[in-house]
Ligand binder design. Structure first.
Ligand code: PLP
Length: 398
C-alpha cells in the first residue's frame, strides 16, 4: 500500500537540527532551531512554570477528558493575556478553543475558514515562517503572499504592503505576526498597525493574528499593542496563540485559537464549530501544558515571577543582538549592522547570498536554514567571536 512513497526532503528548519547533530566539529554553532536558549545553550523551563506544574501534579486527582474546548480557565486567561482589558469588553463576541500549540491554533483557524467560506484566501507575509504555508494550506484553503520585508533597508516594506492590502477583495484574510516577525525580526510600528487597521476596516478584510512570541519583543503589553488595536476596531478577528516560547512549554503543545465575531450569537455558533472541528481531528486537546499556563496566569505571585523571567529572556536577546552587531562592526566598520539591534525577538535574516549561507554551514560549522534566518538566542559570550569571524569570512560571497 505504501510502497510507492518516496522519502521526502527534510523540513527546512528541522533539517538544520539534523545536519547540526551530524557535524562532528567541536566548534559547531546552531543558529537554526526556533527555541530560546540561555547562556549555557539550554532551553529552561521557567521557575514559575515548574512551580505551577508541581502544584498541579500534587493536586490532580483524575485524568478524565477535558472536553473538546479544553481547559476553559486557560482559554479565558490566555485570551486575557493577549487582549488585556479589552478581553472583558469582547467576551461575549469571543469564541475560544484550546489547541495543540500555536500550530494547532493556526490549523484550527484554517479548517474553520475553509469550512465556513471555502473560497477565502489567506494572505501571508513575504517572507513568513516556513511552516505557515504548509500548515494552513493543507486544510485546502488558498494562500497568497503580500509584500512585507524590504531587504535593502532591512525594515517593513510598508508602502508596498499597504498598497497591496488596498487592492485585496473584501473578505480576504490577512495573516499578521503579532510581534517578533518570523523570520525577519521586523515588526510594524504602532502607527503602521493603525494604518493597517484602517485599510482592513475600509476594505472589509479580516485579520488573522499569529501571536507566538508575546513578551519576546519588548514586554507582554507592548507586544500585544498591535493586536489590541485591531481587536478594538474590527468586527471580526482570528487569533492563534502559542504558549511554547513565552511559557517554555514547547513539548506540552499548549495554545489557543480564538475568533472575535461580529456579535455574540455568531460567537456562540463558532464555538460549536470549533468543538466539532477538534473532535473530528483529534477529539480533545492535551491538558497538561494549558493547565500549567492557566495556573501561572491565575496566581498573582506566579504570574509576576513568570513575567520577570520572560523579561530576563528578552533582556538577554537584546544584549546578544547588541553584542553580535558590535563584534561584526569591529571587524567590518564599513558595513552597517545596526539593523540587528533594531529588530525584535529571536530572529533576523542575515541577508546573504545562498552560496554564503551554504558556506556558513558547510565550511564554518555555523548552522541556519537556507533563507539565512539566525536565532540570536543561539549566540553566546562564548561563541560570539567565532560567529562574527565566520559571518565576516563569507560576506560578499555569492
Ligand atoms: C510564527 C510562529 N507561529 C506559530 C508557531 C507555533 O508554535 P507551536 O506550535 O510550537 O506552539 C511558531 C513556532 O515556531 C512560530 O514561529
Amino acid at each position: 500500500m505504501f510502497g510507492n512513497l518516496q522519502i521526502l526532503p527534510p523540513d527546512p528548519i528541522l533539517g538544520v537540527t539534523a545536519a547540526f547533530r551530524r557535524d562532528p566539529s567541536p566548534n559547531k554553532v546552531d543558529l537554526g532551531v526556533g527555541v530560546y536558549r540561555d547562556e549555557f545553550g539550554n532551553t529552561p523551563v521557567p521557575a514559575a512554570v515548574r512551580e505551577a506544574e508541581r502544584a498541579l501534579i500534587a493536586e490532580q486527582s483524575t485524568k478524565v477528558y477535558v472536553g473538546p474546548a479544553g481547559n476553559l480557565e486557560f482559554n479565558e486567561r490566555i485570551v486575557e493575556l493577549a487582549l488585556g482589558s479589552l478581553a472583558a469588553q469582547l467576551k461575549d463576541r469571543t469564541a475560544t478553543i484550546q489547541t495543540v500549540g500555536g500550530c494547532g491554533a493556526l490549523r484550527m483557524g484554517a479548517e474553520l475558514l475553509h469550512a465556513a467560506a471555502p473560497d477565502s484566501v489567506v494572505h501571508v507575509s513575504d517572507p513568513t515562517w516556513a511552516n505557515h504555508e504548509p500548515l494552513l494550506g493543507n486544510s485546502g484553503i488558498a494562500l497568497q503572499r503580500y509584500p512585507y520585508y524590504e531587504p535593502k533597508t532591512r525594515s517593513v516594506a510598508f508602502d508596498r504592503m499597504l498598497d497591496h492590502l488596498q487592492r485585496l477583495p473584501a473578505g480576504a484574510v490577512v495573516l499578521l505576526h503579532g510581534c517578533c516577525h518570523n523570520p525577519s525580526g521586523v515588526d510594524l510600528s504602532l502607527g503602521q498597525w493603525d494604518a493597517v487597521a484602517d485599510v482592513l476596516d475600509q476594505r472589509g478584510l479580516v485579520p488573522f493574528v499569529d501571536l507566538a512570541y508575546q513578551g519576546f519583543g519588548d514586554d507582554i503589553e507592548t507586544d500585544a499593542a498591535g493586536l489590541r488595536l485591531l481587536a478594538g476596531r474590527l468586527p471580526t478577528l482570528l487569533l492563534a496563540i502559542s504558549c511554547s516560547k513565552n511559557f517554555g512549554l514547547y513539548r506540552e503543545r499548549a495554545g489557543a485559537f480564538a475568533i472575535i465575531a461580529e456579535d455574540a450569537a455568531t460567537a456562540r455558533a463558532i464555538a460549536t464549530h470549533q468543538a466539532r472541528t477538534g473532535r473530528r481531528m483529534y477529539s480533545m486537546p492535551p491538558d497538561h501544558g494549558a493547565a500549567i499556563a492557566a495556573r501561572v496566569l491565575g496566581d498573582a505571585q506566579l504570574r509576576q515571577a513568570w513575567q520577570d523571567e520572560v523579561a530576563a529572556m528578552v533582556a538577554r536577546m537584546k544584549k546578544l543582538r547588541a553584542l553580535l552587531a558590535d563584534r561584526l562592526s569591529a571587524r567590518r566598520p564599513d558595513v552597517d549592522f545596526s539593523w540587528l539591534t533594531r529588530q525584535r525577538g529571536m530572529f533576523s535574516l542575515l541577508g546573504l547570498e545562498p552560496a554564503a549561507i551554504s558556506a556558513l554551514c558547510s565550511e564554518e560549522h555555523v548552522f541556519m536554514p537556507p533563507d539565512g534566518r539566525i536565532n540570536l538566542a543561539g549566540v553566546s559570550d562564548a561563541n560570539v567571536d567565532r560567529v562574527a569571524d565566520s559571518i565576516v569570512r563569507v560576506l560578499g560571497r555569492g
